[in-house]
Design a protein. Structure first.
Length: 191
């Protein structure tokens, strides 16, 4: 566990203990809870945490819903989502989707890595859902420019059964090797 993750957990715990989600009246107050880990300016405090600024609204809503229902698991996110009702989740999803995408400044993948990733995409049809420019659409997440570590860990979680809230992704990623995941993560992070 990194120092940033520990700091995020303590900040989040302090906000939850203060009862902020129950008392929050404005969307800004509700979003302050998210900023403890996802960053006040959209840059996550830990590289294993996803960028949510500018992410697709439908996707954000579905993830919050899945955390609340227990279909997606994360100690911090599950605790937050537990206190959210459907209107809160919709409002938060719209709020973060309206923010500009946060550029993390990650390098482009080297040509050989990009070729490996493109070969995987050509056989798996990733762009059929995530779109030609990897921006996703509606309930499908944007992957272009997402954090490298988050991409790597999330694909491995789908493959290894740690994340099961999208059966299609579980089935697809079970066919990926570590080298496939690494190539795709580097390629997507640098887009």
């Amino acid at each position: 566990m990194t120092r940033q993750t520990i700091a995020c957990a303590f900040a989040l715990a302090a906000l939850l203990l203060a009862g902020l989600p129950a008392r929050a009246d404005t969307i800004e107050e509700k979003a302050a809870v998210c900023a403890a880990c996802h960053g006040e300016a959209g840059v996550p405090v830990d590289k294993s945490i996803p960028v949510i600024w500018g992410q697709n609204e439908g996707y954000l809503y579905l993830q919050l819903r899945d955390y609340k229902l227990g279909n997606r698991k994360n100690v911090s996110m599950s605790a937050i989502a537990e206190g959210l009702e459907k209107p809160d989740m919709k409002e938060l999803a719209a709020y973060f989707a309206a923010k500009p995408w946060t550029a993390l400044g990650q390098p482009s993948a080297p040509d050989d890595v990009a070729h490996h990733a493109e070969t995987i995409d050509n056989s798996a049809g990733c762009k059929g859902c995530h779109m030609a420019d990897w921006q996703g659409d509606s309930t499908t997440p944007r992957l272009a420019g997402q954090g490298l570590q988050y991409l790597r860990e999330t694909m491995a979680q789908f493959r290894d059964g740690g994340r099961t809230n999208n059966p299609w992704m579980v089935a697809l990623l079970k066919t990926y090797t570590d080298s496939d995941i690494e190539a795709l993560a580097k390629y997507l992070a640098g887009r």
